[in-house]
Design a protein around this ligand. Structure first.
Ligand SMILES: C[S@@+](CC[C@H](N)C(=O)[O-])C[C@H]1O[C@@H](n2cnc3c(N)ncnc32)[C@H](O)[C@@H]1O
Length: 319
């Protein structure tokens, strides 16, 4: 391969995210157009394939370690014939499916149904009772990625009341619904009407999810629906995310309650380093009495993301 092609390949790899999609690197696109015009189409195809293969190998390696092989398989049931052992994770309500590959899992509240095509594992308890678990994909859920990143406490547990900001179609919300179980509740806020429709479909099958199709910037709009909660989880990827979380905490988070925020650095400021963005967000939270306790980055599942977990208005212990 000549130098020109090698450089082109390197640029392509840098412009791709771990899922293998182009991120709109305009200079590259310009180059591609130029090359097409020059009639260099075969070279271009070859180099694109090589760039993709490199990335796909990376993803496959990561997924293999976690039980997500990246192949399209029918949902429902773990890999045919393999023995799987389910063990409780140290986070209450979360499980580990130990098989050929280990995976995170939650106990399915809605037995017999997947939410986003995830695999299910059935365990026959008694003749009548069957327990089902759903595998939890860390590439689709920042909360799962944070658990695998080793966070000390997710605070979301059976019986807990959770306010979830940025519910999207209900992927992670459905696992939170499994974790909090029938005695808990998940208030799921999403402002996109399109995602909101999918969210409502998920909520119709799970009694503990209350879908709220509103803008989380205006928490008073859902004061008739939402009660005080134990935990706020936010994954809204907005530049004013800290302010949104603070307003919601002031309205709905119990003193001594907990917050979990996923921060996507380049949504907040793409001109400074991710570490500087994370530090800036933490400062904003501290000023509003949201005391961060731990922080993990979400590599290799998400680039330049961190999850910050902490306590709201910590209650001082009496002597
Ligand atoms: C990164 S996605 C969330 C993915 C989701 N947490 C999951 O794991 O399945 C961010 C979502 O936040 C929603 N969002 C952004 N700003 C919002 C706001 N101000 N109020 C409510 N939802 C918002 C977007 O529409 C989008 O669906």
């Amino acid at each position: 391969m000549n130098n020109k092609n090698q450089n082109r390949n390197r640029n392509r790899k840098l412009s791709q995210n771990p899922r293998g999609k182009f991120q709109g690197n305009q200079r590259n696109q310009g180059n591609q157009r130029f090359q097409r015009n020059q009639g260099n189409q075969r070279n271009q195809r070859n180099s694109r394939n090589q760039g993709n293969q490199g990335n796909q190998r990376f993803i496959k390696r990561k997924k293999e370690n976690l039980g997500f092989q990246g192949k399209k398989r029918k949902s429902g049931g773990f890999k045919g014939g393999s023995t799987v052992i389910i063990e409780p994770h140290r986070h209450d309500g979360v499980y580990i499916a130990r098989g050929k590959e280990d995976s995170l899992a939650t106990r399915n509240m809605n037995v017999g149904e997947s939410v986003y095509g995830e695999k299910r594992i059935s365990v026959q308890q008694t003749e009548q009772e069957k327990i089902e678990y759903r595998l939890w994909n860390p590439f689709r859920s920042k909360l799962a990625a944070a658990i695998l990143g080793g966070v000390d406490n997710i605070w979301i547990k059976p019986g807990c009341k959770l306010l979830y900001l940025g519910a999207a179609s209900g992927t992670t919300v459905s696992h939170c619904s499994d974790i909090v179980g029938p005695d808990g509740i998940v208030y799921a806020v999403e402002f996109s009407k399109r995602s909101g429709r999918d969210l409502i479909t998920v909520a119709n099958k799970r009694k503990n999810i209350i879908p709220i199709i509103e803008d989380a910037r205006h928490p008073l709009k859902y004061r008739m629906i939402c009660s005080m909660v134990d935990v706020i989880f936010a994954d809204i990827a907005q530049p004013d995310q800290a302010r949104i979380v603070i307003h919601n905490a002031e309205q709905y988070l119990k003193n001594g309650g907990h917050f979990i925020i996923s921060i996507k650095a380049n949504c907040i400021d793409s001109t400074i380093s991710p570490e500087a963005v994370f530090a800036g967000e933490i400062d904003k939270l501290k000023e509003a009495n949201l005391k961060p306790k731990e922080q993990v980055t979400l590599e290799p599942y998400e680039r330049d993301h961190a999850v910050v977990i902490g306590t709201y208005r910590p209650i001082r212990k009496k002597n």
